[in-house]
Design a protein around this ligand. Structure first.
Ligand SMILES: Nc1ncnc2c1ncn2[C@@H]1O[C@H](COP(=O)(O)OP(=O)(O)O)[C@@H](O)[C@H]1O
Ligand SMILES: [Mg+2]
Length: 456
C-alpha cells in the first residue's frame, strides 16, 4: 500500500522522562549493600515488586549502572505477555542475550541453553524424572556463567513468566549464597493472580528466605511535585501538583504521561491517545499493527503485517520513538512499547473489526515464518478464527504437556476446547476434555479438573 511520506508532527508536548530518580534512596542503598555482599561471594536473590509504572525498570536500571561501575557483568532477560503459555520463555530470552555477548564462554552457554530448551525430553525415564533433569541441567548451565567474575542478572516482568523458567530461577537462587552473583527479579505485584506461576514461586522463595523483596510505594504529593518539577524544568504550581497527584495516584509513569499532554487528562490512556491521535495516519497504522503484535515486536513481522515497504515502516518507527511511544529493543530488529500500559491504551483504541483483521495477518505471517504455536494460536483466537486457533492451540498444548509444563498446557487446552470445530466427534471432544482435566489436576486446580472430567 503506497503511503504519503511521514511528515513531522507537532505534538502537544514531548514526553520527558524525569532526569532524576525520586524517592528511591533507601532501595538504592539496600541494593548497593547486596552488590557488595555479592562481590564478596555472598550472592542473593532480590525481588522488586510494585504496580505497573511505579518504577521497577527505572530502579533496576539505576542498580545496573551502579553494578557496572563496580565491574559487575550485567545480563538481562524479560518475560512477556503470553509467556505463561511458552515453556522456558524467560530462559530463551536470556539465551538470546547470551548469544549476543562479546564473551565466547557466554555465547557457548547461550547456545547450550537454547539447545536444551529445544530438546526438553533428552533424558530417559518417566515425565516427572525428565522434568527434574531438565530443571537441573538448565540451572547447572546458568551456574556456569560466573566463574571468577561478578555478575548481576536482571529478570524483568516475572509476573508473566512461565513455570519452567521460574523453577530454574528458584533452583539457581538457592545456590547464590556461595557465588558472586546478585539476581534481581522484578514483577508487577498487582498481576500476581491466584495460580500464576510467579505467585507460588515467590511465596516459596520468600518464606524459605532464599529471596528478599523491595516493594515500591507510590510517590507522595511532595515527591510528585519534585518529579513534576524535574520534568517541566520549573516549579509546578500548587494546583498543578494537586491535579497531577490526584490523577496519577503518585505513579511515576502516569505523572510523566499526564504532563506531556496540554491540560491534565483524566487517565494515562487519555494522555497516550492525545499524543497518538496527533500523529500522521500512516504512523498510527504502524502503531496499531505493532500494538496488535504485542508489547514487543519484530521489525520484519511488523513490516509483513503492515504490508508496507521496510523504509516506510522504519520511518514510522523513528517517529514513534521520537514521541516516546516506542523504544528500541534488545537487538537492532526488535522494538518495545515504552511501557506495557502504553501498548494497552493504543490497542484498546483500535476498532474491533480492524483489530481482528490485524490479528489474522499476524497469525498468518507467523505461521509462514515458523513462530511458536502458542503465539500463532493466541492471534487466531483474537482474530475469531476458531479452526486454526483450535489446531495451533492443540499442538502447543500437547507439546507443553509432553514437557510436563502443566501450568502452560492448561490455558492452551482451554483455548483448544473453546475453539473446537463444530463438527468434531463427541469422542474427540471427550478426549480433549480429559486431557484438559489431567493438566488441571497436575496443577491442583481440582475443581476445574473435576468439571472437565465430568463434561468428558
Ligand atoms: N522514582 C522515579 N523517579 C523518577 N522517574 C521515575 C521513577 N520511577 C519511574 N519513573 C519513570 O516512570 C516511567 C515508568 O517507570 P518504569 O520503571 O518503566 O515502571 P515499571 O517498570 O514499574 O512498570 C519511566 O519513564 C521512568 O523513568
Ligand atoms: Mg518495567
Amino acid at each position: 500500500m503506497a503511503r504519503q511520506p511521514v511528515a513531522r508532527q507537532t505534538v502537544a508536548r514531548q514526553v520527558v522522562a524525569s532526569p532524576v530518580l525520586v524517592g528511591r534512596d533507601e532501595f538504592l542503598a539496600l541494593a548497593g549493600r547486596r552488590l557488595e555482599d555479592a562481590a564478596t561471594g555472598r550472592g542473593h536473590l532480590l525481588f522488586v515488586a510494585g504496580e505497573a509504572g511505579i518504577g521497577k525498570t527505572r530502579l533496576v536500571t539505576s542498580i545496573s549502572r551502579r553494578a557496572e561501575r563496580l565491574e559487575f557483568a550485567v545480563l538481562r532477560a524479560a518475560a512477556f505477555p503470553g509467556d505463561a503459555e511458552a515453556t522456558g520463555g524467560v530462559l530463551l530470552d536470556l539465551a538470546g542475550d547470551l548469544r549476543r555477548a562479546a564473551d565466547a564462554g557466554w555465547r557457548d552457554v547461550g547456545h547450550a541453553l537454547s539447545a536444551r530448551l529445544r530438546d526438553p525430553l533428552a533424558a530417559q525415564g518417566d515425565p516427572h524424572r525428565q522434568r527434574r533433569l531438565l530443571v537441573q541441567d538448565l540451572a547447572d548451565l546458568l551456574c556456569d556463567l560466573d566463574p571468577g567474575r561478578l555478575l548481576l542478572v536482571v529478570l524483568e516482568d516475572l509476573h508473566w513468566a512461565d513455570q519452567l523458567s521460574l523453577e530454574v530461577i528458584g533452583r539457581v537462587a538457592v545456590r547464590l549464597p556461595g557465588r558472586a552473583t546478585l539476581m534481581i527479579g522484578a514483577y508487577r505485584s498487582d498481576e500476581l493472580f491466584p495460580r500464576t506461576a510467579m505467585r507460588q514461586v515467590r511465596g516459596r522463595l520468600l518464606s524459605q528466605r532464599v529471596a528478599e523483596e523491595i516493594r515500591l510505594p507510590r510517590l507522595t504529593a511532595a515527591q510528585t511535585a519534585t518529579l513534576a518539577g524535574a520534568v517541566l524544568g520549573r516549579r509546578p504550581t500548587g494546583s498543578e501538583v494537586a491535579a497531577i497527584h490526584g490523577r496519577s495516584d503518585g505513579i511515576p509513569l502516569h505523572v510523566e504521561e499526564l504532563l506531556a499532554a496540554s491540560g491534565v487528562p483524566d487517565t494515562l490512556a487519555d494522555a497516550v491517545l492525545v499524543r497518538a491521535r496527533a500523529l500522521d495516519p500512516g504512523v498510527r497504522d504502524i502503531a496499531a499493527a505493532a500494538a496488535v503484535i504485542g508489547r514487543s515486536f519484530d521489525f520484519d513481522l511488523l513490516t509483513a503485517v503492515a504490508q508496507d515497504a521496510p523504509e516506510t515502516v522504519d520511518r514510522c518507527l523513528r517517529e514513534l520513538q521520537s514521541v516516546y511511544l516506542v523504544q528500541a529493543g534488545a537487538d537492532a530488529a526488535t522494538f518495545d512499547f515504552r511501557h506495557a500500559l502504553i501498548r494497552d491504551a493504543l490497542y484498546a483504541d483500535i476498532a474491533l473489526p480492524r483489530r481482528r483483521q490485524l490479528h489474522e495477518r499476524v497469525a498468518r505471517v507467523a505461521v509462514e515464518r515458523g513462530y511458536r504455536d502458542e503465539f500463532v494460536s493466541a492471534h487466531f483466537d483474537e482474530a475469531h478464527l476458531p479452526g486454526p486457533a483450535y489446531w495451533h492451540a492443540l499442538l502447543a498444548a500437547r507439546e507443553a504437556a509432553a514437557a510436563s509444563s502443566h501450568r502452560e498446557a492448561l490455558p492452551l487446552y482451554r483455548r483448544a476446547v473453546r475453539n473446537l470445530p463444530d463438527g468434531s466427534s463427541p469422542d474427540f471432544h471427550a478426549t480433549l476434555l480429559a486431557a484438559l482435566g489431567a493438566e488441571a489436576a497436575a496443577v491442583d486446580e481440582n475443581a476445574a479438573a473435576a468439571e472437565a472430567y465430568e463434561e468428558a
